[in-house]
Design a binder for this molecule. Structure first.
Ligand SMILES: [Zn+2]
Length: 407
């Protein structure tokens, strides 16, 4: 399959020919902003070509932690490759993270960040092992390979910017493929909880595009702020504060991937665009990737408490399952699985981290367990609508999940 695509790639290159322009007139970000549609860089594929990706796919595919699959095809029939990284890729309990990269071909920094995320997740470090044991990461390293090969700055082979148009009646092929993949994963028992859309802006800073309460909810903005602050804490001075780039001040747009996530899954999915640097000072992709992965893992409520192998949790031995129903009013059921007898604590917290009630403090036998929460605090008073967290701890391991009480 990969070899076949190599041939297609070569054919295509020779058909397209060269449409180079003088690189001296490019700005320092490698782009003429006023003339980006006419800008071709097929000689460089903006620094990382589809062919480079195919070589890397073969290399990544040698890892026991990677599954590689084509989830569909582009306008010019290139495969859209998705790599899945987990020690338990077929798990139906582990939370999923979705990262898609390089919608805009000229923003190759976004690939280098994702490349370092892949390197981190595939490494032999105890932390990487912990992440692989407790999550399923899906990554599209190159979402717009046609644009990369054509040397387009932002568009696919139809000349359309596939960062938008998610609300169109007729979708671009790449948009249809990714949207269907999201729908497919959201229908599983363990849906996507974090979705990152990787770009690099024509500026010299790193930031997340923040969605204001005007287009979301106050609760959602609290989650965004917590996540962004947490990522920043792992790379001091590396990222701009959450309010550096505020969007959706007056309503929810409907054309972007994040719009689709918000309109279909609301507070259940943290969906953000990340913008890396796109300038001569770009770099530190490994520090950036490390901060983003740690921020995501923290957001999922997975707490890494050790540096030694014997402190790992292993799914199948221990698993906290999403409560049902969710959102709920006023009662919901929290299910968890113990593979061995354990001392178990389960508590409910509000958004500011205050413990609402300590639901379980017991020594339990192995097996599947559940506990109900009726939406009251430790004094028996009904708590208001909002986002709550339930947290389970046994010994050295702690896991937290989010739920929504909606009255
Ligand atoms: Zn972009």
């Amino acid at each position: 399959m990969i070899k076949q695509i190599n041939v297609l790639f070569l054919l295509f290159c020779s058909l397209t020919g060269q449409s180079l322009i003088d690189h001296n007139i490019l700005n320092k970000c490698g782009l003429i902003p006023s003339n980006e549609n006419q800008l071709y860089r097929i000689d460089q594929n903006w620094g990382y070509s589809y062919d480079s990706l195919l070589v890397d796919l073969e290399r990544w595919g040698n890892s026991p932690y990677v599954n590689i699959d084509s989830i569909g095809a582009t306008v010019q029939n290139r495969a859209l490759w998705e790599i899945t990284i987990s020690n338990f890729p077929d798990s139906n309990t582990l939370p999923r993270v979705y990262i898609h990269t390089r919608t805009h071909p000229s923003e190759e920094e976004s690939f280098w960040v994702s490349d370092e995320i892949i390197n981190l997740l595939l490494s032999d470090s105890p932390y990487a092992e912990f992440v692989r044991n407790n999550t399923v990461f899906h990554i599209i390293p190159m979402y717009n390979p046609d644009g990369v090969e054509l040397g387009f700055s932002r568009e696919n082979a139809n000349g359309i910017d596939i960062e938008s148009g998610w609300d169109d009646v007729t979708l671009e092929p790449e948009v249809a493929v990714l949207k269907n993949r999201f729908i497919e994963l959201m229908a599983t028992n363990n849906p996507v909880e974090v979705a990152l859309n990787m770009h690099s802006a024509y500026s010299c800073v790193r930031y997340f595009v923040y969605h204001a309460a005007g287009g979301t909810t106050t609760n959602y903005t609290i989650l965004e702020q917590q996540f962004i602050n947490d990522v920043r804490s792992y790379f001091p001075n590396g990222f701009e504060p959450w309010d550096y780039f505020v969007s959706w001040n007056s309503g929810t747009p409907d054309q972007y991937p994040e719009s689709w996530w918000w309109m279909t899954h609301g507070e259940n999915v943290l969906a953000l665009t990340y913008e890396d640097m796109n300038c001569a000072a770009a770099g530190a992709f490994d520090s950036t990737a490390n901060a983003i992965v740690r921020g995501v893992v923290d957001y999922l409520g997975l707490e890494y408490v050790g540096t030694n192998d014997n402190l790992f949790t292993h799914p199948g031995k221990f698993s906290l399952i999403q409560n049902y129903p969710n959102p709920f009013n006023p009662t919901t059921t929290i299910q968890f699985i113990l593979s061995k007898a354990s001392n178990v604590n389960i508590s409910i917290f509000d958004l500011s981290g205050h413990e609402i009630i300590h639901l379980v403090r017991e020594s339990l036998t192995s097996g599947s367990k559940s506990v109900k929460w009726d939406g009251t605090d430790k004094s028996g008073i009904k708590v208001p609508s909002g986002i709550y967290f339930y947290s389970i701890s046994t010994g050295n391991f702690r896991q937290t999940r989010k739920m929504v009480l909606l009255k």
